[in-house]
Design a protein around this ligand. Structure first.
Ligand SMILES: Nc1ncnc2c1ncn2[C@@H]1O[C@H](COP(=O)(O)OP(=O)(O)OP(=O)(O)O)[C@@H](O)[C@H]1O
Length: 327
């Protein structure tokens, strides 16, 4: 089976006055239809840049140094604007941390959702829906995200809704084009803990019911574990470990993953946030030689400063980039 999304040796630099930030350093990921992949790592390790690059909305000055991204057999890096319009928001849609930023404060939810519904019809060259049809479609979309008081919500302005409701509305908008892939970038981070759990339940339900393919980004391992069957751990622009979520959580092999999980106070029942292990993410203009994690690594030896570890398979669907993964 061909993967729905394939990312191969993807390197991205962002030029700055002080030199190029080597933000993504050879990312390899693959995602099948119907899969749920979590990307976890500390703040600043490149998760958002990676996710946005999949949608062609990466940093404006970002330069692909090597590698490729292929979605549904389409080479994304070769797309022109017309090509992107057929994919972005249609085949791949994205939800973000702060829904308020993506909702227009001046228009009601009903108006904004209707606009999205109409825009999708137009993009597909289909007949534009009547007012009544738009309303029916909005109703169905809000129902899909478990919003039951339809009448109140469609006539509300974004500020009249709670954060959780706004996130549900954004998810409804993201689903309007029946996307093949949904990218969720920290979708629960800005919400209260109880609301976080509700939104995670909703995403879980959508995955189960619609067979949605999801890439979910979070620094919250609990949130990732709730949604994602597979997980990729990122450190300083590198995927250091990936595999089935259950294996990674119970048998982490990379010292960074081990550090992240050890720093979790108690994963049971709650969605604990990662506490970073000692040290900080390195400067990405002059990243450490060899393994980017070596300055913080309790197991680092000479080879780690000299050679970048090659990602290797150490079990069924468990890949680690560490010289000492099996020590
Ligand atoms: N447009 C930009 N210009 C310059 N640097 C950028 C730009 N966008 C991202 N970066 C830098 O790239 C690195 C990775 O950022 P990114 O936002 O992807 O991290 P992240 O893992 O998603 O973190 P967070 O969880 O805080 O969002 C950071 O050092 C960030 O400062």
């Amino acid at each position: 089976m061909t993967a729905l999304l394939t990312i191969q040796d993807y390197r991205l630099d962002i030029p700055t006055f002080d030199g190029a930030l080597k933000v993504l350093d050879g990312i390899d990921l693959a995602l099948d239809q119907g899969e749920t992949l979590g990307i976890v790592g500390e703040s600043g390790c490149g998760k958002t840049v990676l996710a946005r690059s999949i949608l062609g909305i990466g940093p404006a000055k970002g330069k692909r140094v090597s590698g490729s991204m292929t979605f549904d057999s389409v080479e994304l890096d070769h797309l022109d604007e017309a090509g992107w319009r057929r994919i972005r928001g249609v085949k791949i849609s994205m939800i973000f941390q702060d829904p308020m930023t993506y909702l227009n404060p001046l228009f009601t939810i009903g108006r904004q959702l209707s606009d999205v519904v109409v825009a999708h019809k137009r993009a597909k060259g289909e007949r534009l829906p009547s007012r009544a049809e738009q309303r029916k479609r909005c109703h169905a979309l809000l129902d899909q995200v478990q919003i039951r008081d339809f009448e109140r919500v469609v006539d509300s302005y974004p500020h009249q809704l709670s954060g959780g409701m706004r996130q549900r509305v954004l998810i409804a908008m993201a689903l309007a084009g029946e996307p093949q892939l949904l990218i969720a970038d920290e979708p629960t981070t800005a919400l209260d803990v109880t609301i976080q759990a509700q939104i995670l339940d909703l995403l879980r339900d959508l995955v189960d019911r619609l067979g949605l393919t999801v890439v979910m980004i979070s620094h919250d391992v609990g949130a990732i574990a709730a949604i994602a069957r597979r997980v990729a751990v990122m450190y300083a622009g590198v995927v250091v470990e990936q595999g089935m979520t259950n294996d990674i959580l119970t048998q982490p092999r990379h010292p960074y993953t081990q550090g992240l999980l050890a720093a979790l106070p108690d994963i049971e029942g709650g969605h604990q946030v990662l506490e970073s292990i000692p040290g900080t993410i390195p400067n990405l203009i002059h990243p450490p030689s060899g393994c980017r994690f070596h300055p913080r690594c309790p197991r680092a030896t000479e080879i780690c400063t000299a050679q970048k570890p090659v990602a290797r398979n150490i079990g069924a669907d468990h890949v680690v980039a560490c010289h000492h993964a099996l020590d």
